[in-house]
Design a protein around this ligand. Structure first.
Ligand SMILES: NC(=O)c1ccc[n+]([C@@H]2O[C@H](COP(=O)([O-])OP(=O)(O)OC[C@H]3O[C@@H](n4cnc5c(N)ncnc54)[C@H](O)[C@@H]3O)[C@@H](O)[C@H]2O)c1
Length: 463
């Protein structure tokens, strides 16, 4: 008999992980099936279907190998399955899910559907939680292994191997840049980048030194205008869930807390707005860019002049800078317990705290010997050098807690539609040959695709 599912999301996810290992240890071959039977993972998304209906020509990608580094969520499964319409078969897809955001049931779904999904998505050493350096090395090494396997497969499909990269953060593109530089023969490569962090990495590389072109979904209009509010809402929802844990038996609420948002960019600005709409007790903002601070002030937010000043009156710090945003020294004169919440990517925001993180026992993760998954999604105490703080979700973004869809598929299909639209755009571009003139460009997502996806995602038909 399996334990019943608790109502609570975090407990459910971690208990699921434990049940899976328990069943596996008992030699149960149906472990994955039992876990999958408890969830509903979408095979299709209305907006994605309409993008295909509107823009797709044919099966132009039938001889192309797709390599993807993605957050492995339910809606991403539907995105990848839909590429079949462009001729991409699951056996020609090589996928690594980011360990910190991926869901075990979704991983099992990909494996069952015949995708080459790399086990490192869910099977990773606990050391990656405890060191930024190990995390980066683990990802780099795994992506290199995937890339070699993908090139081998592409070589079997076509005289000049043809690869479409779907990236989130720029690491996959980096890996192929290095491979392409040392390739023995000709290669055709095109890439799609989903995040601004990945585009910044590209900007650091001079155009004439880039080996292939990249379609920039990260900065398309629909993503900037319509995705950020969804992320903000998901971040604040997940903070409330964790507050429920930490405050037990008495519930702690958003409206009881004083928040400091570090980074008033696309994500941070919407988080501040979301907190205001939920009547947070106080909201202040700190950004290293004075122009961003001025916008925050114009929006009637408190904008202390220094980070130190801003920290003095905060109970919860939410970091959305994309960088290492806080150092230990900044907290060591604050005589109150603080909650540190990342809304950025990987465990970069509070990277400086990692060596001092100690398991904190309120999570169900730590009732028994914790798995690497439970360690990744657990909460940690910092009690060193005069600091008293709790870091949520291993220092990884709080809304990526291993659940299937931190944002409902009905809403995040906007992003999936944009990514599939970018795949269609890639299929219509003739020049993919590495190193030839006219490649190495950063290409904007086509305006007609951008506008169509946004209006479809916002229309009632999307639901
Ligand atoms: N959690 C999620 O679901 C999710 C989804 C999308 C993006 N993200 C991540 O959120 C982060 C922010 O994304 P964005 O699109 O808002 O980026 P952005 O570039 O628009 O904003 C970042 C802001 O942080 C400021 N900043 C940089 N360093 C700072 C520091 N040390 N202290 C204070 N401010 C600093 C910058 O001036 C800028 O205004 C990225 O890491 C991104 O990958 C998370």
């Amino acid at each position: 008999m399996l334990p019943p599912l608790p109502d609570d999301d975090i407990a459910r996810i971690i208990i699921d992980d434990r049940i899976f290992y328990m069943l596996q240890r008992q030699g149960r071959k149906d472990a994955a099936g039992i876990i999958l039977g408890r969830y509903d993972i979408p095979h299709a998304l209305p907006v994605v279907d309409r993008v295909l209906g509107q823009f797709q020509h044919g099966r132009e990608l039938h001889d192309t190998v797709v390599v993807a580094c993605q957050h492995l969520l339910g809606s991403v499964f539907a995105q990848m399955v839909s590429l079949r319409n462009l001729g991409v078969l699951p056996e020609n897809c090589y996928i690594l899910g980011k360990p910190y955001s991926s869901s075990r049931p979704v991983y099992e779904m990909f494996a069952r559907a015949g995708f080459n999904i790399f086990k490192e998505t869910v099977d990773f050493p606990a050391t990656i939680v405890r060191s930024r350096k190990f995390y980066d090395e683990f990802m780099r090494q795994t992506l290199e292994n995937i890339s070699h396997a993908a090139i081998e497969r592409a070589t079997a499909l076509r005289e000049v191997p043809r690869l479409l990269l779907i990236d989130d953060g720029g690491l996959l593109i980096d890996t192929f840049e290095n491979l392409a530089r040392h390739a023995a023969g000709p290669l055709d490569i095109m890439a799609i980048e989903q995040t601004r962090g990945g585009i910044l990495r590209l900007d650091e590389r001079e155009e004439e030194k880039r080996r292939f072109s990249v379609i920039n979904v990260a900065q398309c209009r629909a993503k900037l205008r319509t995705e950020s509010p969804l992320i903000a809402e998901s971040v604040v929802d997940h903070i409330q869930q964790r507050l429920d844990y930490l405050g037990a038996p008495r519930r702690r609420l958003i409206r009881d807390q004083r928040f400091l948002v570090l980074g008033y960019g696309a994500v941070g600005a919407w988080i501040a707005k979301e907190l205001r709409s939920r009547r947070a007790r106080a909201i202040s903002v700190f950004d290293t860019d004075a122009a961003r601070l001025a916008i925050a002030a114009a929006n009637d937010l408190e904008t202390p002049n220094t980070q130190q000043q801003a920290l003095r009156s905060a109970d919860v710090v939410i970091a959305a800078t994309g960088h290492s945003s806080l150092q230990l020294e900044a907290l060591n004169r604050i005589r109150r317990r603080m909650l540190l919440v990342s809304a950025g990517s990987s465990n970069r925001e509070f990277g400086a705290f990692i060596p001092e993180m100690r398991v904190w026992g309120r999570m169900p993760a730590f009732d028994h010997e914790p798995s690497p998954f439970a360690l990744l999604h657990g909460d940690y105490a910092i009690r060193a050098r005069g600091v008293d703080a709790i870091i949520l979700n291993g220092g990884f973004p709080v809304n990526f807690d291993g659940s299937i869809d931190p944002i409902s598929p009905a809403r995040i299909q906007l992003t999936r539609g944009l990514m599939v639209g970018a795949c269609i755009q890639a299929s219509t571009i003739s020049r993919w040959r590495v190193g030839s003139p006219e490649v190495g460009r950063l290409l904007a997502l086509r305006g007609d695709i951008d506008d169509f996806v946004e209006s479809e995602a916002l229309s009632k038909r999307a639901k």
